[in-house]
Structure formats: C-alpha cells, structure tokens
Design a protein around this ligand. Structure first.
Ligand code: NAD
Length: 424
C-alpha cells in the first residue's frame, strides 16, 4: 500500500496534501536506512471529522464541518493551530498537520504535528455565534485533545479570544482549569508574552540571516507582503524597523503599492479593521500584478498554493520568506531554484509561533512566567540554531533549504518512530 491508496483524499500535484507528499518524496534519498519508515509520514495517525451544529441568533440551526487531524505523535503530543475559513477541507488540514510534524521536529520541540479547522466564514457570524461555534467544536474534538495529547493554537481567523473559549470549554468538560490545553491564550489566562508577534518575529530572524548570507542589505531593501494579518503585518513591521521598505501589500480586500515605501503606522490599523484596499497612501493595482512588483524580498503570508509556477517565473525577488504554510507549489519551487531565488521554507521560516507556543505550554505547567526579553532571546537562539543546522545540511548535500529542513526533521521523526517501534 502507498499513500496514494488513502481512500479519503485524492491529492493533485498542487493541492496542499499533494505538495506535502512531493516534498517528502524529495527527502527520501537523504534518509539512509530510515527511509524504510517513510510511509509513516505519508498518512496521518488520526483524522477526526465532526459536525458542529449551533443555534444562530435568529433561532435557525446551522451546521458546520470541523476537523482535527493528528498527523504524527512520535516525538510528543500533537501541536498545531485551528483555522476558521470557508475553504477549509480535510485535505488541507491533513497537509497543515503534516507540516506541523516537520516544523516541530525542525526546531527540535518535543511535539508531533496536528491541525484543526472549521469550514465556516467567521466574518459572517456574530460574536455570540462565533463563541458557540468555537465551544461546540472544542467539545466535539475534546475526546482527542488535551495538554499531553494535542494542543491547539491560533491560525487563520482565530485569535486569543477563541483560544480562551477553547480553554474554558475543555476545562468545563474535564472539571478543572486546564490552561495547557491550548496556546496563544490571553496573557491573564496563562498566555505568554511575545506569542502574538512570535511568528512574524521568526520570519524576520530567519529572513535577516538569509539576507546576510545573500549579501542583501536590509536597509533600503524592497519587500512585498501577501497577507497582512498576524504573520505578515508583524514581519513587515520588523523589517521596516530594520530599514527595509514595504513596497507592496496584498490582503483579501486588494493590493496596494508604493515604490517609496508604505507608511505602516497608518496602514496597520486600517488593515486590522477594513483591509488594505482603502489605504490612501499608495496605489491600488490588480491582484495579479502583485507578483511582478519590483522587490528584493517576497513574503507570502496568506494561504497555501499562492506561489504558482507562473508567479515564480515573474517574481523579481531574490529571497522568498514563507510566512504562510505551504505557499509554494513544487513546480514553482523548482523554477525559483533554477532562477537562483533563495526560499526560506515555511517549516523553518514560520516556526517562531510554535516555538513561543511551546514556551507558553512550559510556563503553564510550571506556573512561572518569563519576561518578554527572555522569551525573545530564547526564540532567536532556537531559530538561529535550527537555521544554521539546516543551512549546513543544504550545503553538504547541495540541496534546497526546504529539502534540507525536511532531511533534518524527518530524520528526527523517523528515528523516534524506529526507537519506539511498532505496537504490538
Ligand atoms: P490572519 O488571519 O491573521 O491573516 C491572514 C491574512 O491573509 C489576512 O491579511 C487576509 O486578508 C489575507 N488573505 C486571506 N485570503 C487571501 C487571499 N486570497 N489573497 C490575499 N490575501 C489573503 O492569519 P495568520 O495567522 O497571519 O496566518 C497567515 C498564514 O501564516 C497562514 O498560512 C498560517 O497557517 C500561517 N501561520 C500562522 C501562524 C500564527 O502563529 N498565526 C504560525 C505559523 C504559520
């Protein structure tokens, strides 16, 4: 049997799960004896589909489809965010959970990989309806999550408030306050300083190092950012603080450009409330034109599959920093490599979020909280150590940073699998 035989998903080459499978195939030659275990990575350990019925404010009953996939738990409890989006599918959640397995291993956190989601447009729900959807979903997946089993966190369209509802619902069901069941919580409920900005900060830390190695001066560097939410906007702010110019931003409302640099102080509050399209300090351009904007660094920080072969051909960037999960399809990866464009892959580039989530979980267990400087210093150290090791692997085998990250991570995962053995 091979992964193609999974009865419940038929991946295509550019679909998220298809992209992930192709990334795994590319790492096999570097796994040596461990390659006999590789099929482990090509199928999720466990996938739960739940019905999420809620009463809407107008008295009608609505049903939403929810998922929690635990891809691999060889190295520790499952870890991964929860996404609320109308396009969420089981296949997407499977891929996102698998990338979490690789990511947690790449930065050597004692976790496996998991992910969850609800097929819902949260922008169409009232605050109360959103709370009911969150609580019912949490209750439904409560049979497989827990502080030592699987620990959800925020992802697209979910935030600290949603994590607080999840923590409360799980806690009510188990009869005690279990802060360690989710991360990305509000600060006064066991959240960690630095968590909100951690993913964007990780993108900045890995991007700064990649730029240094490329000889690309961040002062005056032109950056285009797709997705201006938690990840994209924080990364943009940090690069701007380092002297770079944010010359193009795209979100779900549209695309704006300013070759002289967009003024983030006025753009950020607007992006949070209405989206970037109404911003007066730049020109609105067609969404497709975002991909050939004159820039040095491209940061895809929205959704999967955005960097297609055609867009990879057009980009003027020398460096791509994958803030989003799975933004680049395999054919585009090859084109970027051929064109000499360096890609810092998602599985290391955006690992800052899960790293500070890990700090939050550790702080919750010890009931002892660290200051922000300590968190940022530890985050920077973990990201830099991981990136340096990945870079050495890439240089040694003359492979891309993505395949090198998979090589480092998959060796850890499959070694754990082998040492644990199969049961029975
Ligand atoms: P978010 O909900 O805060 O922001 C998402 C952004 O993407 C918004 O600006 C939205 O307008 C934009 N967007 C949505 N659809 C778009 C489209 N079709 N075209 C252009 N822009 C679009 O989400 P986030 O937490 O910033 O997550 C963004 C990406 O980063 C996702 O791939 C997520 O899985 C990944 N990620 C997030 C974290 C985290 O800690 N939040 C950690 C690791 C990876």
């Amino acid at each position: 049997m091979s992964a193609a035989d999974l009865s419940y998903v038929q991946p295509t080459p550019n679909s998220p799960w298809g992209t992930y499978l192709s990334q795994v195939d590319r790492v096999v030659p570097y796994l040596g004896e461990l390659s006999r275990w590789v099929e482990t990575l090509k199928r999720p350990k466990r996938a739960l589909i739940v019905d999420v019925p809620i009463e809407m404010d107008d008295g009608t009953i609505a049903h939403f489809e929810g998922y929690r996939v635990q891809h691999n738990m060889s190295r520790g409890p499952g870890k991964g965010g929860v996404r609320f989006h109308p396009d969420v599918t089981l296949e997407e959640v499977m891929a996102l959970s698998a990338w979490m397995t690789v990511k947690t291993a790449a930065v050597n956190l004692p976790y496996g990989g998991a992910k969850g989601g609800i097929r819902v447009d949260p922008k169409k729900l009232t605050h109360k309806e959103l709370e009911r959807v969150t609580r019912r979903y949490t209750s439904e997946i409560g049979i497989i999550i827990g502080p030592q089993q699987d620990i959800p966190a925020p992802d697209v369209n979910t935030n600290a408030q949603i994590m607080a509802w999840m923590m409360d619902t799980y806690s009510m069901n188990v009869g005690g306050t279990a802060t360690g069941v989710v991360t990305g919580k509000p600060l006064h409920l066991g959240g960690s300083l630095g968590r909100v900005k951690a993913t964007g900060r990780g993108v900045f830390v890995t991007g700064r190092e990649a730029a240094r190695r490329l000889g690309l001066d961040l002062r005056g560097a032109r950056i285009a950012v797709q997705g201006f939410g938690n990840v994209g906007s924080v990364a943009a702010e940090l690069f701007a603080e380092a002297g770079a110019k944010i010359v193009a931003v795209q979100d779900h409302t549209g695309t704006i450009v300013n070759a002289g640099g967009l003024d983030l102080k006025t753009l950020l509050p607007l992006a949070r409330t209405e989206g970037v399209a109404g911003f007066k300090g730049g020109d609105v351009i067609a969404n497709e034109s975002f991909w050939d904007v004159a820039c040095d660094i491209l940061i895809p920080a929205a959704l999967e599959g955005q960097v297609t072969a055609e867009r990879a051909q057009k980009t003027q960037a020398r460096l791509v920093l994958e803030g989003a999960n799975g933004p680049t399809v395999p054919a585009a990866d090859d084109i970027l490599a051929e064109r000499g464009v360096l890609v810092v892959p998602d599985v290391i580039c955006n690992a800052g979020g899960v790293t500070v989530s890990y700090f939050e979980w550790v702080q919750d267990f010890s009931s002892f909280f660290w200051d922000e400087d300590e968190i940022n210093q530890r985050l920077d150290r973990i990201m830099m150590n991981a990136l340096n090791q990945i870079w050495d692997t890439a240089d040694r085998h003359r492979i891309t940073l993505r395949t090198a990250t998979f090589a480092v991570a998959c060796e850890r995962i499959l070694m754990a699998r082998q040492e644990r053995g199969l049961y029975p």
